[in-house]
Design a protein around this ligand. Structure first.
Ligand SMILES: NC(=O)c1ccc[n+]([C@@H]2O[C@H](COP(=O)([O-])OP(=O)(O)OC[C@H]3O[C@@H](n4cnc5c(N)ncnc54)[C@H](O)[C@@H]3O)[C@@H](O)[C@H]2O)c1
Length: 253
């Protein structure tokens, strides 16, 4: 069980879903957390649940550089430093290439892609001043094994592969590790809208959708000193989905 005592983590998109699960688990494991999201009410409610000694909330639209600076300030003010960044905030869009409005695509780029870039750009100098830190980028299996009808979304996630890997070399000498998690289907508003789990998840080798806490435990490992020699790692957390294509020639036993 990865210990996070003494760590302070800023988690983007932490008001609900995987980010909220990460905030809860990180506090259980001893960290202080900054819950950063556009959903202020949910963010503050979660912070209150976790207790003022353990958590604070801040309004953050990840596509806005000034709001990133304010989020870092909020973390430093509340807990003195931020040495873990989980770039988790993301939005999804599904649609045929011919039916994807360009403005929708640009919004995906702003949040999923530039949002992660700005997070690293804002936090890296501060982490360097501390002697190092850990950045966990929440990417997706879509970055390398996209489903059809996800060209816009998948391309923003694929961009994070190159961005994260380039950052590994640039930030490593500053003591900053950069790692990636590739979730498959996860039971959140994004993965199971309105709480309805698509039947297709049964085809994954593990036969079910993932739970947000199952991503959070991996994020805790990458945030902790247990992963002190990991940088550039990509951890697939998808129940075997992308590896375990079912055999179409198999006959029912
Ligand atoms: N759920 C899945 O099946 C799945 C699969 C692969 C990858 N992912 C990725 O996991 C991450 C978390 O998604 P989730 O499943 O928890 O979805 P979710 O929709 O439940 O949560 C996303 C969070 O991001 C926040 N957010 C959206 N735009 C924002 C912005 N501009 N600034 C700050 N916060 C913003 C939302 O308010 C929300 O709290 C995303 O990056 C997503 O792309 C999800």
């Amino acid at each position: 069980m990865s210990d996070l005592t003494g760590k302070v983590a800023l988690i983007s998109g932490a008001a609900r879903g995987q980010g909220a699960a990460e905030a809860r688990l990180f506090v259980e494991r001893g960290a202080k957390v900054v819950i950063a999201d556009v959903l202020d009410e949910d963010a503050w409610k979660l912070a209150a649940d976790l207790g003022a000694d353990n958590a604070t909330a801040v309004h953050l639209d990840v596509s806005d550089p000034e709001q990133w600076a304010a989020a870092l300030d909020a973390g430093r003010e509340a807990f003195g430093k931020v040495d873990v960044l989980v770039n988790n905030a993301g939005i999804y869009f599904q649609g045929a290439i011919t039916e994807t409005p360009v403005e929708r695509y640009r919004k995906l780029i702003d949040v999923n892609q530039i949002g992660v870039f700005l997070g690293m750009r804002t936090l890296a100098p501060h982490m360097a001043s501390l002697g190092g830190g850990s950045i966990v980028n929440i990417v997706s299996m879509s970055s390398f094994a996209p489903l059809d009808l996800t060209s816009a979304y998948a391309s923003t996630k694929s961009a994070l592969l190159g961005m994260s890997k380039a950052a590994v070399g640039e930030l490593g000498p500053l003591g900053i590790r950069v790692n990636m998690i590739h979730p498959g289907g996860v039971a959140t508003d994004m993965g199971a809208p309105a709480g309805v789990v698509p039947e297709a998840y049964k085809q994954a080798p593990l036969g079910r959708i993932g739970e947000p806490r199952e991503i959070a435990t991996v994020a805790a490992f990458l945030a902790s000193d247990d992963s002190s020699y990991c940088s550039g790692a990509e951890i697939l957390v998808d129940g075997g989905w992308t590896v375990g294509t079912r055999n179409p020639w198999a006959t029912a036993q």
